[in-house]
Design a protein around this ligand. Sequence first.
Ligand code: ADP
Ligand code: MG
Length: 678
Amino acid sequence: MNLKSSVIEIKGVGSEVAKKMSILGIETVEELIDLYPRRYDDYSEIQKISLIRPGIVTINATIKSSAGRYVKRGLHITEAVASDSTGSVRLVWFNQPYRSASLKTNEDYYISGEFGMSYQRLNILNPSVELVSNFPVNTARIVPIYRETKGLKSGQIRRALREVFPIISALPETLPKWLVEKERMLSRAEAIEQIHFPGNQQELITARRRLGFDEVFELTLAALINKLENSHGKSIIIPFEEKLAKDFVKHLPFILTDDQKRVIWQIYKDIQKQAPMNRLIEGDVGSGKTVVAVMASLMVVKKNFQVAFMAPTEILARQHADSIHALLKPLGMHEQIVLLVGGQKPAQKLEAKKRISSGDAKIIVGTHALIQNKVNMQKLGLVIIDEQHRFGVEQRKRLLAKAGHMPHVLSMTATPIPRSLALTLYGELDISVIESKPANRKDIITKIIPLVERHKIFDKLENELKSGRQAFVVCPLITITENNSIKSVEQVYDELSTGPFSHRKIGLLHGKLKSEAKDIIMQSFLNHKIDILVTTTVIEVGVDVPNATIMMIENPEKFGLAQLHQLRGRVGRSKHQSFCYLLLNDNLSPSHRLRLLERSTDGFKLAEYDLELRGPGAIYGQIQHGQLDLRVAKLSDTKLIAKARLAAQEFIDRHENLLIYQQLNERVQFNRSVTNLN
Ligand code: ADP
Ligand code: MG
């Protein structure tokens, strides 16, 4: 048996257990070893029988007798007596008819379970028992508890792990010797053994330290190698044209913020180099990232190269095309934009593709259709990926493969992540942060509204509409379901248009509508032909209708914190005061999450909170579908992260050959493929 062996080869793992493991994604011994405990129960303190008190106890005792019987139909009871030098105690199991036969009298056992009164007597109820002569896995120690799903019990996982102990002890070291020595860490084999079966709390801490170090080290190393490789890539040198930039800025309907200027300047410096830019702009919703991307595009177009501007939704792509059009019109460059989305008519698409391959169209705005259709972009100079976390790495790769050279890449995200996480996870990217919002903005006022106060909000809404503003109403569902405590857009649309807002123009938008229909509705909302847009989360990212000042969210408990913040970001995009109302059902009390949203409009703060609450998978999971996740390392452990990052840098500086470290190499290559933009 080896790491690649199927779990079915493990003694005691039958086809039933193997099937359950496979549901958890565990097919091989290696995958089993890689399943870390979720938590631990501490049964390590062994007590004398005379001293045990009601509660969880562990004893080391000899089984004196045991017998099982049916007390009535369907109720089987096994009773046993266990003794040590200080006394005896009764053990009781219900409905485990095999129990008695499996207990050997006059043998020493570890016995762990709950001691207390049951059936008018003091018993240890349903205890775990293990022969002292064996290495105990369920008793008399810190016992690992695994993710128990689909009927797979922790005990079964423990037993299987116990059987593969020899394989665990022989696990090869993955890190260079100098590093393990320098950091005074456990060997990998020891760490894995102790994460599953720690001898004591201290061992658990050192095991976690070693495995957490590995995670951050491997991620950082992958990022550093990607970055190094990228710096050797050849891209197009895009010169800075001062007059063009000034002309553009002169015609803007607003003044750029200092942060915007700083980031634009960083980008201009990047693209003047031969090495391809690989930059991420992190900026909260509404911080004005689009105009920054357009200013980057200007120079590329001037140099006669193309820009691919990709957005996660068709609505957003169409909106971008329109707003870029408006921004470029004063310069006479608007003819060079082309839109390419799945929902276009075949003739439109054909025309767009022609203009792209002829090089006539310079700024190509679109969605995934850009990648999926055979678009010929020979002169691709810059790729802009808006709402970066929405694109899979595979999609990015395909796009980049279209150009003969490495284009510059600018990613933008409104899911801000704290700096420590960004450096670890996006180590290969240069990061620009837009912190400030445009000066004319007021903080959005956010309120949790119980059902009973709903009419007041309707009055407020009517007032806003009267003074010329518009509103979004977001619902989790499209159609009415039996459970009418969850609102659908169809229901709310009916309620509003037949009830309090029958005199208003109301629009209905959701993902199931045809692309063209969606576009017409979005356009009507943007042009203020619609007052209230009742919609699902299709408008979650990017949509920019500055005149909208009210965001009402039905069933806010159905959405995640980051998502709520994004939805709220659809308002507060002009000089007008904006409001976000979270409409809560009466039987619910506001969660901590909703309270937090009420208190803070700072996306960075909220992200940090989300991180604490749900771990990095919450944020990074959206990006890479949980492929990359820190399972052991805590992002709050800044010391560990700093050490592991330094070590990765030292590995590079020493010109270590990664190929020598086969397993490390495998993991690093995996990480590289998940994060790499090449
Ligand atoms: P996001 O960062 O969420 O993508 P957008 O780029 O969509 O934000 O910008 C939000 C709105 O703010 C747009 O209507 C845009 O025209 C406007 N805007 C951008 N920069 C400024 C600025 N410096 N001053 C005022 N308004 C701005
Ligand atoms: Mg945006």
